[in-house]
Design a protein around this ligand. Structure first.
Ligand code: SF4
Length: 336
């Protein structure tokens, strides 16, 4: 059976007492409010997830939390020895983890290889040194390039995550980051707009008027262009926009910035608006129907029917239909 859909079994292991000071990060929350499973607890967590997952999916065990390779070699080994048997037994397809570029070296990679890790995701955030410095990342773009090279040399799949709208960022530097991520050899990526969260340095800068987050519209437009860079270069986009956690949705930790629970939908709505505007340029039909691939139907209609509505405002009565024979961004318009 061909399995194209993918699921992660997330295991959250933050690096306690992280020595870095990224301006967007609330370390206290990270280290204080999560139960961190011990290595002995992890197999039961995985079994629980497996019980609820259908076997037509590709399944990875994913160590999230930012800096997995920042924990001690001994501790890493304790965790990995508990999970690699799930790969050996064929119960899951791989192990992925996220970490910082400056926590990658030969010793760590050899250990990860021994324990069947398949994918390493690095928080690149930006490839502009000024942006990295202002973000307090504590590493430069060269560190990301070098770590990426080493990860690929050791035969892992490489993921590079980026943030847009950090202090000092611009549309041009964020687009360059996307091109660099392609150039560094990433096979997957995640795009996060920077937002101001309570308890962070960014909040202090924001309150003093020294940092202005992107407007939502701006973040959507930047992301639309970045998305195209990745799509044109076959980099899988695993996530667009922050995960709408309860904290963010209820506004408990959110201060300001381009957070939206349907951020990806907004970006795809814009993408389709642009394509449809180009097609309809100067035609102004009274009635039309547009066929698109079923997976794109909601995006073509738009978030809260945004695209249907702007067409109606222009006097166009539009019917959207799905056609599985059409590819992702193909569409077929009939004027009737
Ligand atoms: S985002 Fe930065 S400060 Fe926060 S845990 Fe990761 S490396 Fe440490």
């Amino acid at each position: 059976m061909k399995r194209s859909k993918h699921s992660n079994i997330p295991i959250f292991i933050p690096e306690l007492a992280c020595p870095h000071q990224c301006v967007f990060c609330d370390q206290e929350k990270i280290s204080g409010s999560f139960h961190i499973p011990s290595p002995d607890e992890v197999p039961a967590v995985i079994e629980q997830y497996l019980d609820t997952m259908s076997n037509d999916r590709l399944i990875d065990i994913a160590f999230f939390g930012g800096n997995f390779t920042g924990i001690s070699i001994e501790r890493m080994e304790e965790y990995l020895s508990k999970v690699c048997k799930f790969v050996e037994d064929g119960k899951v397809d791989g192990i992925r983890l996220s970490t910082r570029p400056d926590y990658i070296d030969v010793e760590r990679l050899q250990l990860l290889k021994r324990y069947s890790v398949t994918t390493i995701e690095l928080g690149a955030q930006s490839t502009n040194d000024k942006v990295l410095q202002k973000a307090g990342r504590g590493h430069d773009a060269k560190a990301t390039r070098n770590a990426s090279e080493l990860i690929l040399d050791y035969g892992f799949r490489l993921g590079l995550q980026m943030m847009i709208g950090l202090p000092g960022d611009s549309f041009e530097t964020s687009l360059q980051t996307a091109y660099d991520i392609v150039d560094f050899g990433a096979s997957n990526t995640r795009i996060y707009p920077a937002i101001v969260v309570k308890g962070t340095t960014l909040e202090k800068l924001y309150n003093k008027g020294k940092y202005k987050p992107l407007e939502l519209d701006e973040a959507v437009q930047w992301t639309k262009s970045i998305l195209e860079v990745f799509e044109n270069n076959d980099v899988d986009i695993l996530r667009v926009g922050l995960h709408p956690s309860e904290e963010l949705i209820k506004g408990k930790s959110f201060v300001a910035g381009p957070f939206h629970p349907s951020f990806k939908e907004l970006v795809m709505t814009e993408k389709w608006k642009e394509m449809l505007k180009k097609e309809l340029n100067n035609k102004n039909p009274k009635r039309l129907s547009i066929k698109v691939n079923p997976a794109q139907l909601n995006y073509a209609i738009g978030y809260k029917s945004y695209n249907r509505k702007w067409m109606l405002d222009q006097g166009m009565l539009v019917k959207f239909l799905s056609d599985p024979n059409l590819k992702k961004y193909e569409f077929d318009v009939s004027y009737n």
